[in-house]
Write a protein that binds this ligand. Sequence first.
Ligand SMILES: Cc1ncc(CO)c(N)n1
Length: 232
Amino acid sequence: MFTDELKQQAGPIIESIYHDDFIQGIIRGDIDKEAIRHYLKADHLYLNEFAKIYSLLIAKLDDRDGINFLLGQIDFVLNGEIEAHQTMAAYVGEDYEKIIRDGEWYPSSDHYIKHMYYNALRYDDASFTICAMAPCPYVYQQLALKITERHDLTGNPLKPWVDFYTVNMDELMVHLDGWVNSFAEQATESELDILRRNFLESCVHERRFFNMAVRQEVWEFHVKDSIINSRN
Ligand SMILES: Cc1ncc(CO)c(N)n1
């Protein structure tokens, strides 16, 4: 299957994310609270956009079951995934609403969000959008499975965050894979190249998103903020 090929190519990127500071800090249970705060500010806004991009994707589909399923996913992204964010807010020890109040599309999340919009707006077929979106559930699912396989997180305050992504992504991946594989059967070689690139670029965006939080990335016109942050 075409999506098996994509996932195989994404393997080394996901393994690198696993070894980067963010996930290693989650595994140790002592990740810098400022990294989590930055992540939550960015991810809250990212998920809002992800929900809106689902609505653009729905407009490209004819299959009623698929449309229904994605309506449920919009609800999940807006209301279900808060549970994972609440776990992180509890770890920080601060009210979630207060943490996310002054979030922004920081440069790396901005780039990722715009990659998804570009594909939704540039191409009629749903598969281009799906390949840019699919690493969102896929990378988290794979990271959660790797963490759970390799470590016993009993007593780790962030264990519920990991557990959340081991169980909630399967059904979505089945739908996304199905759409992409049926399009891939009749796609041209150059279309397949774009799909591959979209998927792999989003895997790299996932890596950059975690590193963005670790490094407290800001737009450089907030010069004062970035000096303060780099001294912390
Ligand atoms: C950036 C990003 N990617 C994936 C997920 C998982 O849904 C998330 N919450 N945020």
